[in-house]
Design a protein around this ligand. Structure first.
Ligand code: SF4
Ligand code: SF4
Length: 274
């Protein structure tokens, strides 16, 4: 049976953010609000050391489409709004969602309110305010010089103005107030034999997508030939090689900061024991 996954090659990723922009455009996600990111493709930034002896890394992050997902377990509606598809995708059905945010509480990569001070992000976002309010607002940043969000959306004839139209039985091109949303590996594109838009847009080919149950796939080849790590939380901490977590299906390879970070984790572990 198919098990879709993504491998992210950290030596190829230059942190340009094009994957995130492509995702926002493809999936019509809102701008960030105070506590919700609406970035289905996001980043975690990690700094180590003191200038000039410093290391800096950027980790692209997204829903891990876990094989044992707590977000699905806790979803209280029946049939579940958050559910697993046969191809391994953790899918969200917008119509059944009651907006209880239990999935945000249960997912180790999500938070109800993002704590930016810790470089956190949230895989799941909640539409807690009127969606796309910016594009309904007639306030101009520089009156007489710039256009308002409302003028831009009216001129484009769409809300948001960059709206990509697609059809899917589970989710709409733009989500409703009071529901959650997250990455779905661009399932509407997979159905048309296309790859997720973040993978297609990446200029460095740092994102590789495919079926890890197919031994001939690129992802299978990479997972056999590289030491792959999976994330443990939304602070860019990794699961140890012998830890399973919730069996995430996003893998990171070629992490040049890994030896330093493993050493630091070992030191902390030893410090906490003494
Ligand atoms: Fe669910 Fe979070 Fe895992 Fe995605 S990363 S499948 S939202 S638990
Ligand atoms: Fe399920 Fe929606 Fe509640 Fe999440 S917010 S647990 S998807 S009903």
């Amino acid at each position: 049976m198919t098990q879709y996954c993504m491998v992210i090659d950290l030596q190829k990723c230059v942190g340009c953010g094009i994957c995130a922009i492509a995702c926002k455009t493809e999936n019509n996600t809102q701008d960030r609000t105070l506590e919700q990111s609406f970035n289905w493709a996001d980043f975690v930034f990690v700094e180590k050391g003191k200038f000039p002896d410093m290391q800096y890394a950027i980790y692209p992050v997204l829903c891990n489409h876990c094989s044992n997902p707590p977000c699905v377990v806790v979803c209280p509606v029946y049939p579940k709004s958050m559910y697993k598809m046969e191809n391994g995708i953790t899918m969200h059905n917008e119509e059944r969602c009651i907006g209880c945010q239990s999935c945000q509480d249960a997912c180790p990569y999500s938070e109800r309110a993002i704590d930016r001070a810790f470089h956190g992000y949230s895989v799941i976002s909640f539409n807690d305010t009127e969606p796309n309010a910016f594009y309904k607002d007639d306030t101009k940043l520089l009156p007489g010089i710039t256009s308002s969000g409302k003028e831009v959306s009216e001129a484009a004839g769409e809300l948001p103005p960059h709206k990509t139209l697609f059809e899917h039985p589970d989710y709409n091109p733009v989500r409703e107030f009071g529901t959650v949303e997250k990455c779905n590996f661009c399932h509407h594109r997979l159905k048309e034999n296309k790859i997720p838009t973040c993978v297609e847009a990446c200029p460095a080919d740092a994102r590789i997508f495919g079926d890890r149950h197919d031994p001939e796939s690129d992802v299978s080849h990479l997972l056999i030939t590289h030491e792959a790590r999976r994330m443990r939380n939304n602070r860019a901490d990794f699961l140890a090689p012998d830890q399973r977590g919730h069996l995430p299906n996003v893998f990171y390879i070629n992490d040049y900061m890994l030896p330093e970070r493993i050493k630091e984790e070992d030191d902390n572990f030893r410090k906490n024991r003494t």
